[in-house]
Design a protein around this ligand. Structure first.
Ligand code: ATP
Ligand code: MG
Length: 764
C-alpha cells in the first residue's frame, strides 16, 4: 500500500494524530464509501488519497464500502470500475470490501430498537405532507398525526412494510427527534422508504430501503470505523449521524464524522450527474474518454497514478472551499511524466530530408538514450541516409535568430549527425517535396570533432523503419474555466476542439508499445498508447502538453481566486518584473517569492510580519510564521481584528528557534492566539506544549519498541511503512510533545541496532 508523501497541510492527519495521542482508539479505521451509480472522478481521488493514505500512514485500515442503499441507480458495472480504479491508483483495501446492503438485516434491527425505545414511528403522511409540515428555518415544523402512534403498532406496521404488504410511498419509518429543532435535518427525518425495486445484490429480498443518513453512520459503526471523512455539504447531517449512533446499541469506541472541502478543479466538472449526462448523451465517447476527469479517463489519457497522488498530496485537505486551478494538476502530470516517460521522436507534418552524401547501402544503428537523466536504457534508431523532419523546421526565409533548417545552415539531427541543407525540391505549387542535405560523417552522435558550435537541434524519424499513427491532441473538455457557472448550461460550454486528431510518423520502436505506455514525443508533448490502439492502427492520446498553453489564453480569472491564501497552490504563475519589485522588500531578506506573495496579498499580514521583525524576529522566520503558519491557522477567517501583535509573533519565533516548540506545538499556540490572543510563553505553559528533549525521548522509544517487537522487527527488516505506526505510538505516549523528526531518527537508529546481520544469515 502506498503512503502519501504528506508534505502539505492536512487537518485530518492532525486530527488522527491527536486522537491516537490521546488514546481514543487503538488503530485508525477509515472507509471510502462510493455509491455505485457512476465512475470515480478526480474529486473522488482526493477522498481516496485521504482515506487510504491516512490509514496507511498510521498503520491502520481503510475499508471499501459500496454505499448501495438506492437500488434504482446502482449497477454492477460501476462496482467493478470503482475497484479497478482504486487499485490502479495504488491503494488496497485487503479483505475489507463491503456493501451497505450486507448490513440490511442489522440496520433493520437497529430500526426496531429505535421504535422500541419510542424514538421512531411509522408515518402515513405522503412526501408532500411531510415537506409541507417541515416548517422553515425560522418556524418550527408541525408534528405528524402519527407521531404518537403506540410503539407496538409501529413495530407491527414496520414488520409488515418489510414483508411487502404496502405499496411504494404508502408508509415511512421516521425518527422521532424534534419538530422544532433549529437544524432542519433533525425534524423527524425519514429512516426507511418503501420501494419495490430489485437491488443489484439483494435482489427482491427487501421492499424497504434505508435512507442515507440512517444507514451511513450505523454502517460505519458495524465496520469499526474510527474516522468518517466526508465533504462539507454533510455538515448539517452530522447531528443526525451522532443521534443514530448514540441511540442504538452500537459498538464502542464509536466513529465520528469530519467534513473537508471537496475538490473543485477549474476547466472541468466533478458532478457524477453531469458526467453521466455527457456519457449518455454522447458528448464524449464513454466514461473513459481521455477528455473526461474520471479516473478511467485519466488513465486512458496516460496520466500516471503517481501524478494523481502527488496532486492530491500537494493540494492538501482543508475546511475551506476553493477552486484548484487545472494548471496545478497539469504540472503534476508533467512532472511525473518528465521523470518517468521514455523519449521518442515523432514527426507530425513530415518532409523528406535526403543525405546526398550518405555512403550508399550502409545503415548506421544509432543508439539513442531513452531519457536524458533517468536510467531508462537506449533504443536503436537505424539511419540509412533518409529521414523525415517537421515541415515547420525548415524556412526559406528564416527570421533573425532562427536555429533550425535553412539553406546553408548547419543543424544537429538529434543524437545523429550535423547536416546542412543545400537544395530544396518543390512541386509546381512551390510546396516543398524534399530537402537535400550533406552531413559531417565525423559528427556521429551529434557533435563535431573540431568542437565547432552548432546551435540548432531538431528531431527526426528514419523513413525506414517508421510507423504511422494517429495522435489525439487531447485538450480541455470545456472552453471556460467554470463550466455551468451561473445560468450557463455546461453543455453549451464544451470545447469544440477538445480532441483534434493529427496523423504522424514515428520511430519504428513505437510499434511494440502496449496500451497505457507513455512517452515524451520530443518537442511535441507527452503521449500514451490508447486502449484501442493496434499494431496496424496506432493511436496515441496526449496526456499533457510540454508546456502550459492555456496560461495566456485564459485571461478571465476563475472564481475562488480570492481564496488563494487558504489554498496556496492556486497562485502558481511566474511573477512579472513589476510584481518582483513589489515583493523585493521581503525577497531581499531571503523570503521566498511564494511567502512574500502571501504577505503582500493582505496589508494586515504584511504589517504584522514587519512588526514582528521590529520586535526582534528574523525576517525569514517572521515572514514564514505570518505568511504560512498564521494563514493556515486562520483557515479563511479575516485578518482585520487579530487579537495579538508583532511581539507575539516574535516571541513565538524564538520559542520555535530555541527548540521549546515543535511544529505541532507551534500550530497549537497559533490556534490559541487566533482564538483568544495572549502571550505565547504563557500559552505554552498553560497547554504544556514544551517539546521533549532527545534525552527524554530515548526511554519512550525504547518502551515503544519493547511493546511492539513484531513491528520493530519488520521495520528493521526494511518495511519502512511501519515507521508511521511506531511514530504514532511515540506521539501518543508523549501526548504529542515529541519532535517527530527527532523521534523518527531515534526510532530508525534504534531498530538499525537490532537489525539481524547478513553474515549471521549466511547459512550453516
Ligand atoms: P453525487 O454527486 O452523486 O452526490 P458523490 O460525488 O458524493 O455523489 P459518492 O460516490 O457518494 O459520490 O462519493 C464517495 C465519496 O467521495 C464520498 O465520501 C464523497 O464525500 C467523496 N467525494 C465525492 N466527490 C468529491 C470531491 N469532488 N472531492 C472530494 N471528495 C469527494
Ligand atoms: Mg454522495
Amino acid at each position: 500500500m502506498i503512503e502519501s508523501a504528506s508534505s502539505s497541510s492536512n487537518f485530518l492527519r492532525d486530527l488522527i494524530e491527536t486522537d491516537l495521542a490521546a488514546g481514543r482508539y487503538d488503530r485508525v479505521v477509515t472507509r471510502f464509501p462510493p455509491e455505485p451509480n457512476g465512475y470515480l472522478h478526480i474529486g473522488h481521488a482526493k477522498a481516496i488519497c485521504a482515506n487510504f493514505g491516512l490509514a496507511a500512514q498510521f498503520g491502520g485500515v481503510c475499508t471499501l464500502r459500496m454505499d448501495d442503499t438506492n437500488p434504482t441507480k446502482e449497477d454492477i458495472e460501476y462496482v467493478e470500475s470503482i475497484q479497478d480504479d482504486i487499485r490502479w491508483l495504488g491503494f488496497d483495501w485487503g479483505e475489507h470490501f463491503f456493501h451497505a446492503a450486507d448490513y440490511f438485516e442489522q440496520l433493520y434491527r437497529y430500526a426496531r430498537e429505535l421504535i422500541s425505545k419510542d424514538l421512531a414511528y411509522v408515518c402515513s403522511q405522503t412526501n408532500e405532507e411531510m415537506r409541507r409540515d417541515r416548517g422553515t428555518v425560522i418556524e418550527a415544523g408541525t408534528a405528524s398525526p402519527d407521531r404518537d402512534r403506540p410503539t407496538a403498532e409501529s413495530l407491527d406496521l414496520f414488520a409488515r412494510m418489510r414483508a411487502g404488504e404496502f405499496a411504494d410511498g404508502e408508509l415511512t419509518l421516521r425518527a422521532k427527534i424534534d419538530m422544532a429543532a433549529s437544524n432542519m435535518k433533525l425534524r423527524d427525518p425519514p429512516m426507511y422508504r418503501i420501494r419495490h425495486a430489485t437491488h443489484h445484490r439483494t435482489g427482491d429480498d427487501w421492499p424497504i430501503y434505508p435512507i442515507y443518513d440512517f444507514a451511513h453512520g450505523l454502517s460505519d459503526s458495524v465496520e469499526g470505523i474510527t474516522h468518517s471523512f466526508c465533504t462539507l455539504e454533510f455538515q448539517n447531517n452530522r447531528a443526525l449521524y451522532d443521534w443514530y449512533i448514540e441511540n442504538t446499541s452500537t459498538l464502542r469506541p464509536r466513529p465520528y464524522q469530519y467534513e473537508f472541502a471537496r475538490l473543485v478543479l477549474s476547466w472541468t466538472l466533478t458532478s457524477k450527474r453531469k458526467l453521466l449526462q455527457l456519457v449518455t448523451e454522447d458528448h464524449v465517447q464513454g466514461w473513459d474518454d481521455p477528455r473526461m476527469p474520471t479516473i478511467s479517463g485519466l488513465r486512458r489519457r496516460g496520466v500516471p497514478p503517481a501524478a494523481i497522488r502527488n496532486f492530491c498530496d500537494r493540494i492538501g485537505v482543508s475546511k475551506t472551499n476553493s477552486i484548484i486551478e487545472m494548471e496545478v494538476f497539469e504540472e503534476e502530470i508533467r512532472a511525473e511524466l518528465n521523470r518517468t516517460a521514455p523519449r521518442r521522436m515523432v514527426v507530425r507534418d513530415p518532409v523528406r530530408l535526403v543525405l546526398v552524401d550518405w555512403p550508399e547501402g550502409t545503415v548506421d544503428p544509432l543508439e539513442l538514450a531513452n531519457h536524458p537523466s533517468a536510467d531508462l536504457g537506449t533504443r536503436t534508431v537505424p539511419l540509412a541516409g533518409q529521414v523525415f523532419v517537421e515541415r515547420s523546421d525548415f524556412s526559406d526565409d528564416p527570421p533573425k535568430g532562427w536555429k533550425r533548417l535553412s539553406v546553408g545552415v548547419e543543424v544537429r539531427l538529434r543524437g545523429a549527425y550535423l547536416v546542412t541543407v543545400n537544395e530544396v525540391l518543390r512541386d509546381e505549387d512551390g510546396r516543398i517535396l524534399e530537402l537535400h542535405a550533406t552531413h559531417d560523417h565525423a559528427s556521429r552522435g551529434g557533435d563535431a570533432p573540431d568542437g565547432r558550435k552548432v546551435r540548432g537541434t531538431i528531431h527526426w524519424v528514419p523513413t525506414e523503419p517508421s510507423v504511422t499513427m494517429n495522435l489525439r491532441m487531447v485538450d480541455r473538455l470545456f472552453a471556460v474555466a467554470n463550466p455551468g457557472e451561473g445560468d450557463a448550461d455546461f453543455l453549451d460550454e464544451l470545447n469544440p476542439a477538445s480532441m483534434p486528431i493529427t496523423e504522424a510518423v514515428g520511430e519504428g520502436a513505437l510499434r511494440d508499445a502496449a496500451p497505457g505506455d507513455a512517452f515524451q514525443f520530443e518537442r511535441i508533448g507527452y503521449f500514451a498508447v490508447d486502449a484501442d490502439s493496434t499494431a496496424e492502427a496506432l493511436v496515441f492520446n496526449r496526456a499533457v502538453s510540454l508546456r502550459d498553453t492555456w496560461a495566456k489564453a485564459s485571461t478571465a480569472p476563475t472564481k475562488g481566486k480570492s481564496k488563494a491564501r487558504s489554498a496556496p497552490v492556486v497562485a502558481a504563475a511566474t511573477p512579472s518584473a513589476e510584481e518582483l519589485a513589489a515583493l523585493a522588500a521581503w525577497t531581499e531578506v531571503g523570503v521566498s517569492v511564494e511567502t512574500a506573495r502571501m504577505l503582500k496579498a493582505d496589508a494586515a499580514l504584511d504589517t504584522l510580519a514587519w512588526d514582528a521583525v521590529l520586535a526582534g524576529a528574523e525576517a525569514k522566520d517572521a515572514a514564514n510564521l505570518v505568511g504560512n503558519e498564521l494563514v493556515r491557522a486562520l483557515d479563511g477567517r479575516g485578518t482585520d481584528a487579530l487579537p495579538f501583535g508583532g511581539d507575539a509573533i516574535a516571541s513565538l519565533a524564538s520559542l520555535s528557534a530555541d527548540g521549546t516548540l515543535n511544529q505541532r506545538g507551534l500550530r497549537a499556540v497559533l490556534a490559541e492566539l487566533v482564538m483568544s490572543g495572549g502571550a505565547p510563553g504563557e500559552i505554552v505553559e498553560r497547554l504544556s506544549l514544551v517539546q521533549l528533549s532527545s534525552d527524554a525521548l530515548t526511554p519512550v522509544i525504547t518502551a515503544v519498541l519493547a511493546d511492539h517487537p513484531e513491528e520493530a522487527a519488520r521495520l528493521a527488516g526494511g518495511e519502512t511503512k511501519l515507521i508511521g505506526f511506531l511514530l504514532g505510538q511515540v506521539m501518543r505516549r508523549t501526548g504529542g510533545k515529541a519532535d517527530p523528526k527527532a523521534a523518527r531518527a531515534l526510532l530508525m537508529q534504534s531498530v538499525a541496532g537490532t537489525r539481524p546481520s547478513t553474515a549471521g544469515k549466511a547459512g550453516p
